[in-house]
Design a binder for this molecule. Structure first.
Ligand code: FE2
Length: 178
């Protein structure tokens, strides 16, 4: 479960990473941006050392295990789709943290801000030049059921997800991400 400490660490991480990731990726020589990414990454790590990760990481693991996709990219590929799956129960929390990463989203209602937050993350993936879909990293559509079965083995992570995930749900998320 998130704690007051992990929430504080995660939100400060989001502020630092959200404000600087595009500059750091576009201009690797920008010391200010990279200097903000370092504590951002550290605080994010401290956050998930104090509260567990959940379905995004559970669904990311088969991408690494079966297709050797780097873990960060694996998470980026499934992130928007898991958040959309969680949104029916997690919208208030997602809306709360949306403005940490994307201050422009302030001033809109909870449901709209949650949706805009997830869209902003998906757009960020594309602006950063990452491949946005599972098909773009060479994952065959026929392998999605095996990935869903494998993801269900991550019970240590799935138990933390705000919305219960069945194997059919996992397959649906992979299909959306494909
Ligand atoms: Fe992970």
């Amino acid at each position: 479960m998130p704690t007051a400490l992990s929430r504080m660490l995660a939100r400060q991480a989001l502020r630092l990473l959200g404000a600087h990731i595009e500059t750091a990726v576009r201009d690797g020589a920008n010391a200010e941006a990279r200097g903000a990414m370092l504590p951002g990454a550290m605080l994010a790590g401290q956050a998930f050392a104090n509260a567990p990760v959940a379905a995004v990481h559970a669904l990311a693991y088969p991408l690494g295990g079966l297709f050797h996709i780097p873990h960060g990219l694996s998470n980026a590929l499934v992130l928007p789709h898991v958040l959309r799956f969680n949104a029916p129960v997690a919208a208030p929390v997602y809306a709360e943290i949306a403005t940490d990463a994307f201050p422009d989203l302030a001033g809109i209602g909870t449901q709209a801000r949650c949706a805009a937050f997830i869209d902003a993350l998906a757009h960020l993936v594309q602006r950063l030049g990452l491949p946005p879909r599972l098909r773009d990293v060479g994952i065959p559509q026929a392998d999605l059921p095996q990935m869903a079965a494998d993801a269900m083995k991550q019970t240590r992570l799935l138990v933390n997800n705000p919305r219960p995930v069945t194997e059919a749900d996992a397959l649906g998320i992979y299909r959306a991400a494909w």
